[in-house]
Design a protein around this ligand. Structure first.
Ligand code: DGL
Length: 261
C-alpha cells in the first residue's frame, strides 16, 4: 500500500523527508502540479480545482492515505477533498502553536504564501492560537519569490540569500525571535534563512505531519500496522509524477533529497 503526497511543486518533498524519517519503508507516490506552480498568487477557485484534480490522480494509485503537503492547497481545498476522498486526508498549516511555545520575545514571524495568509482557514487558526497564547504577537509576511527559488534549484546562491534577507528583515525589526515556515518549500531555504536571522528559532511542520500520518494509518489499520514499523532500515520508495516535466522534477528531487533513488 502506498501513501499519496501532493504539492504544487517540489516543496512537499520536505514533508516526504519527514515521512521517510518516521515511516521508513513506506511506498510514496508524489504528485507535483508543476504546470501550475506557484499556487500562492492564484485565485481560491483555481487552487481548489487544481487540488481536487491532482488528488484524484493520486487516488488512482489506490493510496491508503493522502497528504496535502501544501499549506496553500490545504487552506483552500482540504474540506472539499475530505468530502469525497475514501481515505484519510492529512493537511498542513503554519505552526503557530509551536511558534507561540518557542518565542521568548513574544513576537513570532509567520512566512507563507499570500493565498495562505489571506485564507479563512488561516484567520481561524490565528484566532484559536491567540486565544491560547494571548501574550504572543504574530507578524505575517508573504515571502515573494521564495517558491520560485526552490523550483529553480537556487537554494543557497547570493541572489537567494538577498531575496530571503529582504523578506526576513522586517520581521526581525518587529522583534521576532521565532520564524514559522508556513510553506513546505521554505525548509529547503533553511540555511539561507538561518544566515539572514542568526539565533532565531525556526518552526517547520514536516515532522508533525509525519507523526499525524503515522497516527492516522495506525487508526485505519485498527492497531499496529506491519508496514509502519519504524525499525525497518530501508528508506521509503518514492515515485514522482507531475503535471509538467517529470524529468525536471526528478532532477530537482535528486538535489533536494539526496537519498532519492
Ligand atoms: N508548498 C506550497 C505551500 O506550502 C507552495 C505554494 C505555492 O505554490 O505557491 O504553500
Amino acid at each position: 500500500m502506498t501513501i499519496g503526497v501532493f504539492d504544487s511543486g517540489a516543496g512537499g518533498l520536505s514533508v516526504v523527508a519527514a515521512i521517510r524519517a518516521s515511516l521508513p519503508g513506506q511506498e510514496i507516490v508524489y504528485f507535483a502540479d508543476t504546470a501550475f506552480v506557484p499556487y500562492g498568487s492564484r485565485s481560491d477557485g483555481e487552487i481548489l480545482d487544481r487540488t481536487r484534480l491532482c488528488c484524484a490522480r493520486l487516488l488512482e494509485h489506490d493510496v491508503r492515505a493522502l497528504v496535502i503537503a501544501c499549506n496553500t492547497a490545504t487552506a483552500n481545498a482540504i474540506d472539499a477533498v475530505r468530502a469525497w476522498a475514501p481515505v484519510p486526508v492529512i493537511g498542513v498549516e503554519p505552526g503557530l502553536k509551536p511558534g507561540a511555545a518557542a518565542t521568548r520575545s513574544g513576537v513570532v514571524g509567520v512566512l507563507a504564501t499570500a493565498a495562505t495568509l489571506a485564507s479563512r482557514r488561516y484567520a481561524e487558526l490565528l484566532r484559536r492560537t491567540r486565544a491560547e497564547a494571548p501574550g504572543v504577537r504574530f507578524v505575517e509576511h508573504a515571502a515573494q519569490g521564495w517558491v520560485e527559488l526552490v523550483e529553480s534549484g537556487e537554494i543557497d546562491t547570493p541572489a537567494a540569500r538577498e531575496t530571503i534577507r529582504a523578506s526576513v528583515a522586517p520581521l526581525l525589526q518587529e522583534g521576532a525571535d521565532t520564524l514559522v515556515l508556513g510553506c513546505t518549500h521554505y525548509p529547503f531555504l533553511r540555511s539561507a534563512i538561518e544566515a539572514a536571522a542568526p539565533g532565531v528559532a525556526i518552526v517547520e511542520t514536516g515532522p508533525a505531519i509525519a507523526r499525524e500520518l503515522a497516527r492516522r494509518l495506525h487508526i485505519a489499520a485498527g492497531g499496529p500496522a506491519a508496514d509502519t514499523d519504524t525499525t525497518a532500515a530501508a528508506p521509503a520508495r518514492l515515485r514522482l509524477e507531475a503535471s509538467g516535466d517529470v524529468e525536471r522534477l526528478a532532477a530537482l528531487a535528486a538535489r533536494l533529497l539526496p537519498e532519492t533513488e
